[in-house]
Ligand binder design. Structure first.
Ligand SMILES: NC(=O)c1ccc[n+]([C@@H]2O[C@H](COP(=O)([O-])OP(=O)(O)OC[C@H]3O[C@@H](n4cnc5c(N)ncnc54)[C@H](OP(=O)(O)O)[C@@H]3O)[C@@H](O)[C@H]2O)c1
Length: 306
């Protein structure tokens, strides 16, 4: 029987397990996909602890981890158009990506360009698409100055590149260990931690035009007052606080068109995915620990599952 990495109830890493499960049957509008790679995201372990996505019901236990995946179509449900068995695809799984087989909703799934590896495609639907949505939402003009907090993580690494590609000057906060990495992406590095606002002021004496926050909490509280217009604050990491401070959450498009666009940016070399760690499905727990530490660099991927 095919394997899947699940949480059996809400809790810490002790509730995780590698189990065997039936191959899921695609319902209307769904694709059965043999997973080749699955991206690992903070939301994966947050769901294990009991977090529920706004507007969605908790899934039944055991719940398969994983919000983004790439693989090969092995079955097509009723009412699906534009996909056939054998197609290489990527998107947001309905039934979890850390599995040998998953279901993808066809309406928001994209065809993987041949030039793109499954590993690279697997990190586009959550982290890279969130970065894309956020940079587009801000709509900054070339020459503007954007502060990105948590710039060396999964979303930040893509957001820095996308903003730089749009001609935006970027200041990226990250730990000292990521200074060289942040600079290699084309941003000015400012070390995170106490005294952050003063360091940002020194790095941007003419001020900043917008904040793309990926950390939340004290970091978000520290940088929000640097803006003259709080409406130019968006956050993927701390929505309620961003709203309290006069900003907004990143509005996710969640469309196949956005997936096509970010894939094209990778294919044309405008964007790199920076996958810094890969793990087999049997070691999915280690992959999760790397992200749950809060200090992964770029993206972590579970590879070659089926
Ligand atoms: N709404 C959505 O659709 C959506 C989509 C994707 C992500 N998100 C959320 O956005 C956030 C970022 O996601 P991600 O995938 O980029 O996460 P990530 O890969 O874990 O990166 C987060 C970065 O934040 C920094 N960081 C962590 N704790 C910190 C602290 N206490 N103070 C300062 N910096 C800290 C880390 O940098 P250093 O190692 O340099 O400290 C890390 O690189 C998460 O909360 C995630 O759940 C939301």
């Amino acid at each position: 029987m095919p394997k899947a990495y699940v949480f059996t109830r809400n809790g810490g890493p002790e509730v995780e397990a590698l189990i065997e499960q039936d191959v899921p049957a695609p319902g209307p509008g769904e694709l059965l996909v043999a997973v080749r790679a699955a991206g690992v995201n903070p939301v994966d372990w947050k769901l294990r602890t009991g977090y529920t996505r706004p507007g969605s019901e908790p899934q039944p236990f055991p719940t398969v981890f994983g919000s983004e995946a790439a693989g090969v179509v092995e079955g097509v449900g009723p009412d699906v158009e534009g996909f056939a068995v054998g197609d290489e695809v990527f998107g947001n799984p309905v039934t979890g990506g850390y599995a040998e087989y998953t279901l993808l909703p066809a309406a928001v799934t994209a065809h993987k360009p041949a030039e793109l590896s499954f590993t690279d495609a697997a990190v586009l639907p959550v982290a890279v698409a969130t970065a894309y949505d956020g940079v587009r939402q801000l709509g900054l003009a070339p020459g503007s100055t954007l502060l990105i907090t948590g710039a060396g993580g999964g979303v930040g690494t893509a957001a820095v590149q996308l903003a730089r590609h749009a001609g935006i000057h970027v200041i990226g906060t990250a730990s000292a260990a990521k200074k060289d990495f942040i600079e290699s992406l084309g941003a000015v590095h400012v070390e995170s931690g106490a005294g952050l606002a003063d360091r940002v002021r020194a790095a941007a004496p003419d001020g900043i035009d917008a904040v793309f926050d990926l950390v939340g909490g004290d970091t978000l509280r520290a940088v929000a007052p640097l803006l003259t217009d709080p409406a130019t604050l968006i956050s993927a990491g701390g929505k309620p606080l961003a709203v309290e401070l006069g900003g907004a959450a990143v509005v996710r498009a969640r469309t196949a068109a956005v997936l096509d666009e970010v894939a094209n940016l990778v294919v044309t070399g405008a964007l790199r995915t920076y996958v810094t760690g890969t793990f087999p499905l049997a070691e999915a727990g280690q992959a999760l620990r790397a992200v749950e530490s809060g200090h992964a660099r770029g993206k972590i991927v579970i590879e070659a599952i089926a």
